[in-house]
Write a protein that binds this ligand. Structure first.
Ligand SMILES: CC(C)(COP(=O)(O)OP(=O)(O)OC[C@H]1O[C@@H](n2cnc3c(N)ncnc32)[C@H](O)[C@@H]1OP(=O)(O)O)[C@@H](O)C(=O)NCCC(=O)NCCS
Length: 234
């Protein structure tokens, strides 16, 4: 068991006892049911790429780790990390990492929280647990995020990951490539930042080309803005 405690269910407004533990292949049917339910509620399907039962199996049987949060027997939240090695879907390939460096990459794959438990920052909490377990053996933490998925952008930037690229992935969906070098984090020139709407792809591409990365975000009446700063090195 990884953690236990009390958590607020925002539907019934009560605290419930929860347990977070590492999932194994016997949990796959419950994971698929939660994934289908949560993704079925999404207005924008491109927010989250579902994993197949086979992909969950691979992660749970040695190529990564999945955490699950339960209240009683019921699964409410899932978060997965993959150690992709030389696989084609290693996200660091998008940043032209060497074959050797690819083996030092851990990538957050999927996080889903049942609507009843939203508002507890569970995505961040579970992703941070996976990241801190992985950082003993892996140097780079990667993930991809939809430019329109505000809670996820917020989670990853608050974990210290930087938005390094914008591209099309998976079903040609727009994705930010987001990463952190755990040993040598990027140093940024934060005295001189630029705010860009998440939908201004051309302007963001220009900033990436000029050595900027996204490191934070906010929402105003016009929508989501990403905050960019220039890399001092790296
Ligand atoms: C993304 C997801 C996992 C986040 O769940 P969560 O950890 O419970 O998120 P929370 O509700 O606690 O919100 C996290 C932060 O985003 C903010 N937030 C959430 N929804 C928001 C919205 N619609 N607008 C603005 N801010 C929002 C919250 O205020 C919170 O910020 P805070 O820390 O400053 O309070 C959950 O929304 C989900 O399962 N979504 C569907 C699947 C998905 O998109 N997964 C991610 C990619 S695989």
């Amino acid at each position: 068991m990884i953690e236990q405690g009390e958590i607020m269910n925002h539907r019934d407004l009560r605290f419930h006892s929860f347990v977070i533990r590492i999932l194994d292949i016997n949990d796959i049917p419950q994971v698929m049911a939660l994934q289908d339910f949560v993704l079925g509620l999404l207005k924008n399907r491109s927010f989250c790429v579902p994993l197949s039962p086979e992909e969950h199996y691979q992660i749970m049987s040695g190529n990564g780790e999945t955490l699950g949060l339960f209240i009683g027997e019921k699964l409410y939240a899932v978060c997965s990390i993959l150690f992709p090695g030389h696989r084609v879907d290693n996200m660091a390939r998008q940043l032209d990492f060497s074959e050797e460096e690819l083996f030092r990459v851990a990538q957050l794959e999927l996080s889903i929280v049942h609507p009843d438990l939203r508002g507890n920052n569970l995505q961040k909490k579970m992703a941070e647990k996976l990241a801190s377990r992985a950082q003993k053996n892996y140097r780079y933490l990667f993930t991809t995020v939809s430019p329109y998925n505000y809670p996820s952008i917020k989670t990853v930037t608050s974990m210290g990951l930087n938005i390094a690229k914008l591209c099309n992935m998976y079903y040609q969906w727009d994705r930010y490539i987001v990463y952190k070098d755990i040993i040598k984090p990027l140093e940024l020139e934060k005295s001189n930042v630029i705010h860009v709407p998440n939908t201004s792809f051309k302007e963001q591409q220009q900033l990436f080309d000029q050595g900027y990365v996204g490191f934070s975000q906010f929402k105003d009446e016009e929508g989501i803005k990403i905050i960019f700063a220039k890399k001092l090195r790296g």
